[in-house]
Design a protein around this ligand. Sequence first.
Ligand code: TYD
Length: 156
Amino acid sequence: MMPAEGAFEGEGRKLLWRVLHFDPIADSRGSLISLEFGAAVPFFAKRVYYIYATAPEVRRGAHAHRALRQVMVAVHGSCKVVLDDRSRREVFELRSCETGLYLGPGVWREMYDFSPDCVLMVLASEHYEEADYIRNYDDFLAMGLGRSSGDEGAER
Ligand code: TYD
């Protein structure tokens, strides 16, 4: 269930996804998580959206991005995310508001198995732009053909 690291620029190589652990600030009143852009979140988010009221049989996502970087957090409830970089496919379950999933460009993702109470928050590095989406899986696969190492941030 737990994907291998997938990661960031700035660590000597570019990887595609990474599990982030957010440290809560807890006291007798409860807990608080602060997501600082450029620190806990490895970009400066221009957009936040959240997905909720999702029926259990629904699948969402089913696309990759050309440039967009995102961090997904199930701030309530749970869901699963398929991660696919053309050479491997893994599933990660988001089920804690203390855990984020960083997704770089060039990752096919599908979200499913939403609990009825799931609120999936997504921090995005750019404004919404349909041209950044790759929504056809065959196109996504084809874009990997003949790709030189390092394209799309997919260097490993
Ligand atoms: P869609 O891409 O289908 O969502 P998901 O990837 O979760 O399955 O988006 C649903 C609709 O919302 C679609 O018409 C595009 C629109 N949308 C925005 O206008 N702004 C946004 O930031 C996002 C993520 C989607």
